[in-house]
Design a protein around this ligand. Structure first.
Ligand code: KIV
Length: 275
């Protein structure tokens, strides 16, 4: 797609119904993001989701998708401790989670990990710039690449990850100049999230797009207000249960006349017997 100048549309999904919808809507890449920790599981940040939880989400999404590429996020501490553990966990994402590729957060310090996973035959998507797993514990969720020094460091990170064999790179919350430079100079596609318009593709978190999450980052765009829709629907249901309007005619079933009469007789006998 990059070679043909076609922009890549990527979105996250974590479950069967929304992954089906994303696939049907024509998304190119579906990311089973570790953002599930926050938008689905209500955790404080992405460091608290583990392999087992990610595998459940990956399985649900890969069952649903017939067309898009499915990428599974490697969760915090599934690839940091050793290269061997990283390869084994990436293998689990593919074999048990059913994903086509894995994504790893981190700059040049993870080039060896990327190289080892690619050598094992698993395609890797990199993720540089603001990397939420490490930002949570150190530098915070802020725009990266405002100074020339920081921007150059991100460029070097992306170049090293590309050289290590990544097939694509997510560039998160980074100044637009960094994204422009990398999209122009790297052969592999640069997928931006909060990195401006001059990327080879864009990715957003599904719950931000649908208006289902209250703490969306400033770069996210809300394309629907499902929170209001869902709230309205559940409130109407509660009201109808309380008023007795639900279930209405057509949503429950009665016995035929003969069986009702027989039941009445049986119940009357029971009452007579008990008395
Ligand atoms: O986990 C996630 O949703 C992500 C995207 C923001 C790229 O990593």
């Amino acid at each position: 797609m990059k070679a043909k100048g076609r922009r890549i549309a990527m979105i996250t999904a974590y479950d069967y119904p929304t992954a089906r919808l994303a696939d049907e809507a024509g998304v190119d890449v579906i990311l089973v993001g570790d953002s599930a920790a926050m938008v689905v599981l209500g955790m404080k940040d992405t460091r608290f989701i583990g392999m087992e939880e990610m595998l459940v989400f990956c399985r649900a999404v890969s069952r649903a998708v017939s067309r898009a590429l499915v990428v599974g996020d490697m969760p915090f501490m599934s690839y940091q401790a050793s290269t061997e553990q990283a390869v084994l966990n990436a293998g689990r994402m593919v074999r048990e989670g059913g994903v086509d590729a894995v994504k790893i957060e981190g700059g040049r310090e993870y080039a060896d990990v990327v190289r080892a996973i690619v050598r094992a035959g698993i395609p890797v998507m990199g993720h540089v710039g603001m990397t939420p797993q490490s930002a949570a514990s150190s530098t915070g969720f802020r725009l990266r690449g405002k100074t020339a020094e920081e921007a150059e460091a991100i460029v070097r990170d992306a170049e090293e990850i590309a050289r290590a064999g990544a097939f694509s790179i997510v560039l998160e919350f980074t100044t637009a100049e960094v994204a422009e430079y990398l999209s122009e100079t790297l052969e592999i596609p640069v997928i931006g999230v909060g990195a401006g318009p001059r990327c080879d593709g864009q990715v957003l978190v599904l719950h931000d797009v649908l208006g289902l999450y209250e703490n969306s980052p400033p770069f996210a765009k809300r394309y629907a207000d499902l929170r209001s829709e869902v709230l309205g629907a559940i409130r109407r249901y509660v009201e109808e249960v309380r008023s007795g309007a639900f279930p209405d005619e057509g949503r429950f079933w009665r016995m035929g006349d003969e069986e009702r009469e027989e039941l009445r007789r049986r119940l009357a006998r029971r009452e007579g017997g008990a008395g």
